[in-house]
Write a protein that binds this ligand. Structure first.
Ligand SMILES: [Zn+2]
Length: 317
């Protein structure tokens, strides 16, 4: 599908929102660019729905993939510079994914601000989600479909450039193999010392193979050079953080640049968080290699691994 206005794109999201399998929080989004467009609702990835149904959490994460993140993971083409229309204000985790995926503008349907669901959770939107967008230079608008009107919530300065402290490292490789992966893992352990990192092999549209390496890092636009940012990053938040985990960074980087993961070559130096593991399943990943199987950001990551591993949703090597 192609869209030439955010109004048409928002309408496409509104048209499918009732199809969301979620019993109470039905949310839909449309992501589009010059050459692509798709709409998705929030949903449970099939392997998770089959194994745990729709009421059980995976670790401390719900088993759902949010509509915004679903659009990014399923875009199938580079999401850099794209536009996202959402029926509801977005959560901080999606904000982090949206900025990492290179989305430049977000429109939120005005009706989303009136819903009960939002009234209960609006704190996270106004503090964290918006702060993440502002730092990353992503513009956010409220949209009225009926009178085709938008009002900026935050508008980024044109041509603003955001530098990254810890860019993802990309290098071309020959045909993916375990021995190439093992070599890169060994040199990465040396390079990153005790920091958490992840590696994936990916293919571009022309079939060339690459190795991508990411460290966990503050969300795009936040920097460890700024004492104010450091304070924020290091202050524990309730359920969310200003930190972007390395597996999520890789998933979003691949979406941003239109790269596809090569099945069987995803590595993380420790057990990913519950949310990362759910996103991996949502991205269609079936197998992940772990450096230290006893280590995770929190005990919930380990719990999620036991759950997904024993139900054979994800294979841990
Ligand atoms: Zn979300």
């Amino acid at each position: 599908m192609f869209f030439d206005t955010p109004f048409a794109a928002m309408q496409a999201a509104v048209d499918i929102v009732d199809k969301s399998p979620h019993p109470t929080n039905k949310i839909a989004a449309t992501l589009y660019g010059l050459h692509f467009g798709l709409s998705r609702t929030n949903y449970w990835p099939e392997p998770i729905a089959e194994a745990f149904g729709t009421t059980q959490d995976v670790g401390n994460s719900s088993g759902t993939v949010h509509a915004e993140t679903a659009c990014i993971l399923k875009a199938g083409t580079a999401t850099e510079g794209s536009i996202l229309c959402i029926t509801d204000p977005f959560c901080p985790n999606c904000a982090k994914n949206i900025v990492e995926a290179g989305v430049k503008k977000i429109y939120i349907d005005h009706k989303g601000f009136d819903k009960d669901f939002f009234q209960r959770r609006s704190g996270h939107f106004h503090s964290m989600s918006m702060q993440v967008c502002e730092k990353a230079g992503v513009s956010v608008f409220e949209l009225w479909r009926k009178d085709e009107r938008v009002v900026p919530i935050f508008e980024s300065a044109p041509g603003r450039f955001i530098s990254e402290d810890s860019p993802i490292y990309k290098e071309p490789i020959e045909t993916p193999s375990d021995s190439i992966l093992n070599d890169i893992i060994a040199s990465s352990f040396h390079l990153h010392q005790k920091r958490k990192f992840a590696i994936v092999f990916a293919t571009d549209v022309s079939g060339k193979h690459f190795s991508l390496t990411a460290r966990g890092h503050a969300v795009t636009g936040f920097t460890m050079e700024d004492p104010e940012d450091v304070k924020l990053i290091e202050t524990p938040q309730t359920k969310y953080s200003y930190f972007q985990e390395p597996v999520n960074r890789l998933l979003m980087y691949m979406a941003r640049h239109g790269l596809k993961p090569v099945e069987g070559f995803f590595f993380c130096s420790q057990v990913p968080t519950s949310r990362e593991q759910v996103n991996l399943v949502g991205a269609g990943i079936k197998r992940i290699t772990i450096g230290d199987i006893r280590k995770s950001r929190d005990s919930q990551g380990l719990a999620a691994m036991r759950q997904l591993g024993s139900a054979k949703v994800l294979k841990y090597v």
